[in-house]
Write a protein that binds this ligand. Sequence first.
Ligand code: GSH
Length: 219
Amino acid sequence: MDFYYHPASPYCRSVLLVARALKLNLNMQFVDLMKDEQMRPTFTALNPFHCVPTLADNDLTLWESRAILVYLVDKYGRTNSRLYPKDAKTRAIVNQRLFFDHGTLATRLEDYYYPVYFEGAPAGGEKLEKLEEALELLNGYLISNPYAAGPNITLADYSLVATVSSLEVVQHDLSKYPAIAAWYEGCKATMVDFQEINESGMQQYRAYFESGLVTTPAA
Ligand SMILES: N[C@@H](CCC(=O)N[C@@H](CS)C(=O)NCC(=O)O)C(=O)O
C-alpha cells in the first residue's frame, strides 16, 4: 500500500497511528507540501483534490483521512475489531464522532486559527466562540465516557486526537477542558508509538503556523 503523506499533517498522523495499531506496513511516499509537490501531474492524476493523506491500495485510491481509517480497519483489522465495531448502534456513535471531528471540530479550528496566523485576523470573536462550543461538547462526551465513543478506544479517538494535537500546536488553552486534557494524555500513553509518530510532525506543523504569524494570538 502506498501512503502519500506529509508528517506535519495531523490527518496523515491519524492514519499512521491506526496503521501502527493494526501492524500494517505502509510504503511511505513523502509529498513535500512546502514545495507544492501535491500539484505535480503524477499526484493529481492519483488524487485530483491534491491533498494528503492519500492511500493507494492496488486499484483503490482513497483520500479523506476518516475514510482511510475506516477502510484500513474494514480491510485489515480483526473481524471483531473494537476500533470500528460492526454492531450498527455502536458503529453509529463512532461515525457520529468521526463526522463531528471532520465537519465541526477540525473545521472550526481551521476557520479560527488559519486567519489569525496567516491573515492577521484579530484573536477572539465569533469563530473562537464556535471553536470553544465544539470543545465544550467534546469535553461533555469525555466527562461521561473514557473514550470519545464509549468505553473502548475507537477510530473516533484516533481522528480526534490528531485534531486535539493541532490545538496543542497552536497553544490553545486546554485547561478549560479538563476531560479533553485527561483523555488526550491517556491517548498519548495508550496509542502505539504516539510520540514517535507525532513529535516531529507536530514540531513541523508548529513551525508552519509560526511562519505565518503576523499577530500574537490571545486564545
Ligand atoms: N479532510 C481532509 C483534509 C486533508 C488536508 O487538508 N490536507 C492538507 C494537509 S493537512 C493538504 O494536503 N493540503 C494541500 C492541498 O490541499 O493542496 C482529510 O481529513 O484528509
